[in-house]
Design a protein around this ligand. Structure first.
Ligand SMILES: [Zn+2]
Length: 116
């Protein structure tokens, strides 16, 4: 289950982002952007979070996941478009060489701290 490693990284980044001036910080919501090709299973990620955030400021955090589309760029005709599954052929010029430029990202777009 690779979600555990991802959860650990995201928790670490979140903890580092909490202002040191807060005496009892609590993170309520974590907004995530996850590419469709990152193959992250949402409920597995939530489950991992529940385990590793116990007794941390992220305990019971709500994960809001925005699924990011896969973006393809054709190196030949320079067209770009969004797809749901990876493609290896250009829809425009047909034999153009395509590359996936987005869709694998796993990032925190923002987090919301609870009022003290
Ligand atoms: Zn093309």
């Amino acid at each position: 289950m690779h979600e555990m490693g991802i959860a650990e990284q995201l928790v670490q980044i979140s903890l580092d982002a909490i202002p040191k001036s807060m005496p009892t910080p609590r993170v309520e919501i974590l907004n995530l952007k996850i590419g469709k090709l990152a193959s992250v299973v949402e409920h597995s990620l939530t489950f991992c979070f529940e385990i590793i955030t116990k007794d941390t400021p992220l305990e019971n955090v709500k994960l809001v996941i925005e699924s990011m589309p896969v973006k393809i760029h054709c190196k030949t005709c320079h067209k770009e478009w969004e797809v749901d599954t990876p493609m290896f052929k250009c829809l425009n010029c047909e034999d153009g060489e395509v590359e996936i430029i987005s869709g694998r990202q796993i990032e925190i777009s923002s987090m919301e701290l609870a009022e003290e």
